[in-house]
Design a protein around this ligand. Structure first.
Ligand code: SF4
Ligand code: SF4
Length: 93
């Protein structure tokens, strides 16, 4: 499932450089996540890095974009065809 930034975002700028997929960008008023690029950090890290750094905890999963781990990994391969995914603990299903 892609994540979404809610209107509680305070535009602190810390999440944008942490995204390994370049999925976070400034929108009209607050930062936004491109659901076509967000993999929940699957293939890169164990945890969503934007959620780890966000000081106001405003990045929940987006129920409008349901995806399982396999689909998220497929997105990783589309975004990074030359990279080997990091999968600590194996792929959750
Ligand atoms: Fe980027 Fe990972 Fe956050 Fe998705 S969960 S927006 S891939 S940092
Ligand atoms: Fe907004 Fe959280 Fe990103 Fe800061 S880290 S810009 S508050 S979503």
């Amino acid at each position: 499932m892609a994540l979404i930034i809610t209107d509680e975002c305070i535009n602190c700028d810390v999440c944008e450089p942490e995204c390994p997929n370049g999925a976070i960008a400034m929108g009209e008023e607050i930062y936004e996540i491109d659901p076509l690029k967000c993999t929940e950090c699957v293939g890169h890290f164990d945890e969503p890095q934007c959620v780890v750094v966000c000081p106001v905890d405003c990045i929940p999963k987006d129920p409008e974009h349901p995806e399982n781990q396999q689909q998220l990994l497929g997105k990783f391969f589309r975004l990074h065809p030359d990279k080997t995914p990091y999968l600590q603990g194996g792929l959750k299903t």
